[in-house]
Design a protein around this ligand. Structure first.
Ligand code: MN
Ligand code: MN
Length: 464
């Protein structure tokens, strides 16, 4: 490695620099990650998983803390969809904190408020897709239903159907090619309509029911199993997600395929990093946010007062109740926006600029700016901060690369970085490269996952 030109290092396959022991660690780490993916297919399930693991590791809920001391480990959650792990550093909070922010929501098909209907003797569920999807990818695959239903009496019913191998699944059938001549001539964006994403849910009529008997039987089943009635769908959050599990990809087992890796790959890596950090150089906040896929909106997204409110509560326990204290804490903070970038796919060379896009297995990706149409809607990280992060990567033995999201003028995207930068803190996008992003089966490299974990751990433990 030391003989190598510094620029060549940015194009290095990270597997080549791992010792046998490190290779074993990479595969072992991936095993835990695959388990996390399979148990956390929604933001709520991710929060339950993270919160549970934090409690097990000795993190204390903030509401149980009456004062703050260096080294203390705290966990917070909001609305069951956002979560944060905090590890106190030695300095006053007005000196700023180190934030690693990922998001735990992923593209999916949400059920509408009145989803269930019967047509041609079959029962169906209407959906409204969440996030940026290529609609055709959601046809002809097994779908599981995850989520919550809130009954009129306030009772919350948790639903997961389709994950147990004995469970039935739902699906959206695709049109047979024999009759798809006209459809195949359409633009890909128009070939399948949003209103066409209706999931098949049953075909047996209810005995003695004359009007919509198939729908009636489905409602009877739901009532027997969950005690819910049709109107309860109006106060529910039910998500259709791919029913198959994440698994190793490649004959060499070097890759991981699965749903929701944008951005649960960063969530898992930063979670594991936070669990390992003790007595950090600055206070650490490992944040897991919601709603990134639809613009970080709503009261669980980062384009809200979420982070401010969270910090206000922490500062209050620390005895800091001033506006100035909060503003200084935010403005003097450092943040890694932990989110994925697009891996170069040689099947589509026309959209990637190979000198500046990221590749699978070349390490964690530093993305100075995202955005589209001339960096619009992007945080553009300050090079002074980037330079310090580069140094940290080198000192911590983290394999890294740079990555822009595709060619200029081809498209683009964003992350939570801009909403963090709003407060004045230094922010950089830092995450792994994903192939097939936003598809039901996204692909990452195990070694990139591991390098992102090492990067987040180094940033949390010692960056000052
Ligand atoms: Mn993302
Ligand atoms: Mn995304």
């Amino acid at each position: 490695m030391d003989k190598m030109d510094k620029v060549e290092q940015l194009e290095q396959n990270c597997w080549t620099i791992l010792s046998p022991g490190e290779k074993e660690a990479v595969h072992k780490f991936s095993g835990g990650y695959i388990k996390f993916l399979n148990e956390s297919k929604t933001e709520r399930e991710a929060v339950d998983y993270i919160y549970g693991l934090a409690l097990e590791a000795g993190f204390i809920p903030l509401e149980k803390c009456s004062q703050l001391n260096p080294g203390q480990r705290i966990v917070m959650q909001a609305k069951g969809k956002v979560c944060a792990l905090i590890i106190l550093g030695p300095d006053p909070l007005e000196e700023g904190v180190n934030i690693v922010a990922s998001h735990i929501d992923s593209p999916r098909l949400d059920l509408k408020a009145r989803p269930l209907y019967e047509e041609e003797g079959l029962a169906w569920l209407k959906t409204h897709y969440y996030g940026g999807i290529k609609k055709y990818q959601w046809l002809a695959i097994p779908l599981a239903m995850h989520g919550v239903v809130i009954k009129k009496n306030g009772e919350k019913v948790n639903i997961v159907i389709g994950e147990n191998p004995q469970d039935p699944v739902l699906t959206i059938a695709d049109l047979l090619p024999h009759l798809a001549k006209e459809q195949m001539e359409k633009k890909m964006s128009e070939a399948i309509s949003g209103e066409g994403l209706n999931a098949l849910v049953g075909s047996i009529p209810l005995d003695g029911e004359s009007k919509n008997p198939v729908k009636g039987y489905i409602m009877q089943l739901l009532s027997e199993r969950y005690g819910i009635e049709e109107e309860d769908f109006t106060s529910a959050e039910l998500e259709l997600v791919p029913a198959f599990p994440a698994r190793e990809v490649g004959l060499d087992r070097s890759l991981i395929g699965g749903y929701g890796q944008d951005d649960r790959v960063s969530a898992y890596a930063s979670l594991q990093a936070a669990l390992e950090v003790t007595n950090p150089a600055r206070t650490v906040i490992c944040l897991f946010a919601d709603k990134e896929e639809i613009g970080s909106v709503g009261n669980t997204g980062l384009h809200s007062l979420l982070l401010e409110n969270l910090l206000t509560e922490i500062l209050h326990v620390a005895g800091i109740d001033s506006y100035l204290g909060l503003r200084r804490c935010l403005a003097k903070s450092y943040a890694l926006s932990a989110d994925v970038n697009a891996a170069v796919d040689p099947n589509y060379p026309e959209v990637f600029e190979k000198r500046n896009c990221s590749f699978l297995s070349r390490g964690v990706v530093l993305t100075k700016y995202t955005g589209s149409r001339g960096k619009a809607e992007s945080n553009d990280a300050n090079p002074e901060f980037l330079g310090r992060i580069r140094k940290m990567m080198e000192e911590s033995g983290v394999c890294w690369q740079v990555g822009e999201l595709g060619k200029v003028d081809i498209g683009g995207g964003g992350t939570v970085a801009q909403y963090l930068a709003y407060y004045g803190m230094e922010v950089l996008d830092c995450g792994v490269a994903v192939m097939g992003m936003h598809s039901p089966f996204e692909i990452v490299s195990k070694v990139d996952l591991y390098m992102s974990f090492k990067a987040y751990r180094a940033f949390m433990q010692a960056f000052k």
